[in-house]
Write a protein that binds this ligand. Sequence first.
Ligand SMILES: [Zn+2]
Length: 270
Amino acid sequence: MILSFTLDGKNYAIDQSASIDISIPLLFNGDQPNVFGVAPANSNACETKDLIGDTRRGGSCNFEQYTLIPHCNGTHTECVGHITHERISVCDILRDTLVPATLISIQPESALKTADSYVVKLSDNDQLITKSALELALSSAQGNLLAGLIVRTSPNDDEKLSQRYSSAPFFSLEAMRFIVSLGVKHLVVDLPSIDRLSDDGKLANHRLFWNVADGRFEVKEGSRRDSTITELVYVRNEIPDGRYILNIQIAAFASDASPSRPLLFPFISI
Ligand SMILES: [Zn+2]
């Protein structure tokens, strides 16, 4: 089925059967990404006195118990409830289904070689996504295709499918303010966090993105409550930068974050 739509008076189309999955499949009990060295996601067949949830062991069907930490075990989408005392759930927040979006590729830079800043002192090893790198990558982007922004970072290879992260590139404060100024509502990254993994718990970029005050744990007037951040995607190199419709699929978890499966639909000519 071809879906055609109009944006600012111009006609576009996508093929609903031609989606590109940019999630990392979560292999329970297998190789998977990991952040902070937490317990890996795992699954076990349920077992009671009379039932076994594994057909290979005589059960009538498979039913397993899954244990995971969405923020640390793979592709996930989170909402402002990640940093508020109020329990806000991503399945209440994420209402957009077809999001005009742009995919860009970015080479993070040595933090000490840029003029950009961050909320804690930076070291030699820190790699930053800077405002100027974003400006360059977005120089020919259409403003009306930035409700979703997908950022693919270099180097980009299959290691991202099972990377164990204790550090990773992250956005400068200037870069995050720029993203907010563009009106990006759904930010998708292939990193474990938009912040430095160790930033004294400040989560400065998360706070900038959702417009929650430094050190505060509540939304305020003007907070970007409807916005989401998706982390730990993997955008293969053969997928070109450019224009897409983004569809973020999540589980109906009443929680700040859910495992997710973002899909990209390339624009086609009509
Ligand atoms: Zn997260």
